[in-house]
Design a binder for this molecule. Sequence first.
Ligand code: SAM
Length: 376
Amino acid sequence: MSIASEVEFRIAARVLRESTRGKAADSVLRSVLRETRLAPEQSRTVSELVFAYYRWHGWIEPKQGWEQQLREGIKLAKRFARSPEEFTDQELLAKALPAWVLEQIPESPQWARTLQAEPRLWLRARAGQGRAVAAELEEASIPMPNILPDTIEYLGTRDLFHTDAFKTGQFEIQDISSQWVGILCEPKPGETWWDACAGEGGKTLHLSALMGNKGLIWASDRAQWRLDKLKRRTGRAQVFNYRPALWDGGSKLPTKTTFHGVLVDAPCSGLGTWQRNPHARWTTELKDVLELKELQKQLLQNAAKAVKPGGKIVYSVCTLARAETEEVAVAFEASQPEFEPIEMAHPSGQKLKGRCWVQPWDLGGNGMFIAAWRRK
Ligand SMILES: C[S@@+](CC[C@H](N)C(=O)[O-])C[C@H]1O[C@@H](n2cnc3c(N)ncnc32)[C@H](O)[C@@H]1O
């Protein structure tokens, strides 16, 4: 962690002032950094200050100026990095999380501890290119070569978006647990898939890579701007076997095609991303979780109509809240008796029937829940 200057404290304080429940700190940070045009080193320091503040928010005395609060945040982050044992499990559970969350997630000191550490940065190289890309980027490693040979942890500080390897589509930035979702989908070359909540295409690109670019993927979302971004990403990654479509999640599906596989990577509260996105800990509310559960149930019900006999449907969310995981899966099973749970592998190798919880410490990425069923 670098030593921050007065300018950097001032800019970080502005980000805190402008961030609200409706304006996420990471997007405020991006726009403030774009506007202020700091040197890359300074931008990194501002980001560190902002993220340390939200990560240590539960410890910081609020009745003091912003800059003082930022100083406290960075001090705590350094202390935790140096000697995590100085922080007790009880203290972490009480201060790292909002109290309501324990209604939704079993009390877990390990989770609270993980949330306080810096997140790791994960990349996915083109199929078979893991070693070559890691060597080109330097300061990069492949921690699980046997199960995830193209999954790279980047340990350096370069701006990856400006590397040749990124510009020529040699890798994507994709969280390792999200990569596990693609692995569990197991799409085969030549199949037809529907990525129903494709967003900007993180998983569409992975499905295509797993299919060796053969077959077809329908990629839908309700937001056209996200599909526009997806188009740019597919161009860079040289992925052409996809068809974009708008879908608002309603009963009218974007196509009459039926699929070998449907992925519903549903909008969610994002509790599983709280290590990477600490501002969300303090803005997400229980009512969001409960509202999202209803949307997730609806998306899954509607998308299921497009699964061929013998085909599968995969539900994934980057949250571990009970309402958005187990309760959605149970509701789906109760209303869709023609679907049966599929056996899946946990990253540890354990075989699971129909559901897989990837905890943040399993792979070192986001917390993810994945459920999968086959139409009889
Ligand atoms: C978790 S994100 C998808 C991330 C994406 N699959 C990826 O891997 O990059 C969920 C997506 O669902 C979309 N969405 C939200 N509400 C929706 C709805 N009612 N119908 C369809 N898509 C919706 C959002 O626009 C968002 O892009």
